[in-house]
Design a protein around this ligand. Structure first.
Ligand code: 1PR
Length: 551
């Protein structure tokens, strides 16, 4: 099997990248010291999270000069995500930390006044000068997750011989991929971009991308007629399939689904509902076009060994065939293992990332951390799971899963909490409600509302909110739009609407009626009532941009 060298320099999920490389027929050799860079023919520089963190790791380990030497020697080089950012001179994310300076320019943060940041989701990488640059396809979508971008100025990089593919997010045109000679880099994650992303990796590895570029160098700066290609908003509506996983009474790990978090059958035996096998179902949803797959280990709040091998194994197996982002939740907190060993939340998250997860989702622990944050006068000590994991792996790797329940009140001043006026009054006709956060799978309600929780975790470095709703879970009655609007107005980070989806129309409704960044479904997919593809078709028919699965 031909090989490619991958630089192992910083914490991050490179498991998916290894899987993707193997999938296209190559094997990985690790570069674990600066001296080993010289052994590489083809070199890939991955990177995710904080620019300064990645670049300072590279610099302190002595990698900067060997990487520059590799690039200057003309050998194939590919940068991914921060690996692309590293090629520029620097980034406002850490102004004191220089990049490799192979290209001119500095990155800056997306403007979050009218859109969510990070930019998470499937967007374009369109290159007017070379439409099939490294097998990029103008009709395909690619998975991005980043808060900082290289702004695109028409003609600037092209005038220096670079072919540039761009995407547009909230009116800002950014560099999605660049290539020149032996160098190719993507801001998006090709290893997480389904078949479209695998094509890009293959074009780099087999040399066809560089060969095609050499025969059609980007001689012309795009003219006005090409504006349509580089200026249209490309972010798709993200549809996520969620698998609640637990051990059933027979000891098998199964996908289950509750009604308002009760996952047992209504029949007398009260067995845990068994809707299928996690790995198979994840694969099925990937092939139906799911943009992400989320696993929630819903019994993790009970005592169980930390090295929850079945869940780690589920991720290992799934990440071999599912090339879209994988999130795992349940039990991400500081723990004392069954044998008495202390294990930190960061160590648990690390095990999941090494097994193929791209994000971890934190539930109960986030609520406790938020309570402590307010109790200490909004002070951050850097010791919460959210802070530690986001520092090590980047904000985009930390999701907070919220399990709120409605509490009805007759008027807003009947509570200190943030209320909404509801169109669905309470049992005594109450016209207002607030959303109380719960822990331990909804078993314990706390005196903290969703606005408080989400603002606290955003301050701690959480990158995305998974917004469930216990009242709506499993009801098939549609998402709780009032809840989603309240949380969207409270935070700048992306929000995933969850709980209540019963048909494709509910997805269309939540995207039309709220500014949610993504929508998640579970029961309607597991019971086979609708496929993810049908949801996408409905969204498309109603004029919303979606990503279609490419086989
Ligand atoms: O507290 O960090 O250990 O995390 C536990 C995780 O497990 C949390 O994310 C919590 O939401 C989840 N969880 C715990 N108990 C349950 C349960 O159902 N008994 N499931 C549970 C949460 C909610 C969604 C569900 C949507 C969509 N499940 O994931 O998939 O509501 O369902 P629908 O489309 O069928 O309506 P920690």
């Amino acid at each position: 099997m031909p090989t490619v060298h991958l630089l192992d320099y910083v914490a991050g999920n490179v498991r998916s990248l290894v899987n993707a490389i193997e999938r296209v027929g190559y094997s990985v050799e690790w570069v674990r010291s600066p001296e080993e860079v010289a052994n590489a023919d083809k070199l890939i520089l991955p990177g995710v999270g904080h620019f300064g963190h990645c670049l300072s790791q590279l610099a302190s380990a002595g990698y900067m000069a060997p990487i520059r030497a590799h690039i200057e020697s003309g050998k194939p080089f590919m940068g991914i995500c921060v690996g692309l950012q590293a090629l520029f001179e620097g980034s406002s994310e850490d102004p004191n930390c220089p990049g490799l300076g192979v290209l001119p320019g500095k990155l800056d943060r997306f403007d979050d006044t009218s859109k969510s940041v990070p930019h998470i989701g499937w967007n374009d990488a369109s290159c007017p000068t070379n439409p099939n640059l490294f097998s990029l396809n103008p009709d395909s979508k690619y998975y991005y997750v980043h808060s900082y971008k290289m702004p695109y100025t028409k003609g600037q990089l092209e005038s220096q011989g670079w072919a540039v593919a761009t995407g547009v997010y909230g009116g800002e045109t950014f560099v999605g991929a660049i290539a020149k000679g032996n160098v190719m880099a993507t801001q998006f994650h090709p290893e997480k971009s389904g078949v479209a992303g695998l094509r890009v990796i293959r074009a780099f590895l087999d040399g066809s991308g560089a060969a095609a570029l050499a025969s059609h160098p980007p001689q012309e700066v795009p003219n006005a007629g090409d504006d349509a290609l580089v200026s249209k908003e490309g972010l798709t509506r993200r549809v996520i399939a969620c698998l609640d996983v637990r051990t059933n009474d027979q000891g098998d790990l199964v996908v289950t689904k509750g009604d308002q978090y009760d996952v047992r059958e209504k029949s007398d035996d009260r067995n845990v509902r068994n809707l299928g096998k996690p790995v198979e179902m994840a694969r099925k949803y990937y092939e139906q076009g799911a943009d992400e797959v989320t696993f929630l280990n819903i019994t993790s709040f009970r005592d169980c060994p930390v090295a929850d091998l079945p869940m780690l194994e589920i991720l290992r197996l799934t990440s071999k065939t599912v090339f879209v982002p994988l999130t795992v939740g349940g039990g991400i907190r500081d723990t004392v293992d069954t044998d008495g060993t202390k294990v930190s939340a960061l160590e648990i998250a690390t095990m999941y990332f090494q097994s193929g997860a791209d994000k971890v989702s934190i539930g109960s622990d986030a609520v406790i951390a938020a309570e402590e944050y307010y109790a200490s006068g909004n002070t951050l000590f850097g010791n919460t799971a959210i802070e530690q994991i986001s520092k090590a792996y980047g904000n985009q790797a930390v999701v907070v899963s919220v399990d709120p329940k409605r509490v009805y009140v007759p008027k807003p001043d009947a509570t200190r909490h943030h209320t909404v006026k509801t169109s669905y009054p309470g049992p005594k006709g109450e016209e207002y409600c607030w959303y109380a956060c719960t822990i331990k799978g909804g078993r314990e309600t706390r005196d903290l509302d969703v606005v408080e929780l989400t603002q606290a975790v955003e301050a701690m470095g959480c990158g995305e909110i998974l917004l469930n709703c216990i009242d709506k879970d499993g009801t098939n009655s549609g998402f709780d739009l009032e809840l989603i609007r309240q949380v969207k107005a409270a935070v700048r980070i992306p929000v995933i609407a969850s709980s209540g989806a019963g048909n494709p129309g509910h997805f269309e409704e939540v995207f039309r009626e709220t500014t949610t960044d993504a929508a998640l479904g579970a029961g309607m997919f597991h019971r086979g009532e609708y496929t993810v593809q049908q949801v996408k078709e409905e969204l498309k028919a109603r004029g919303l941009v979606v990503r279609q699965f490419e086989g």
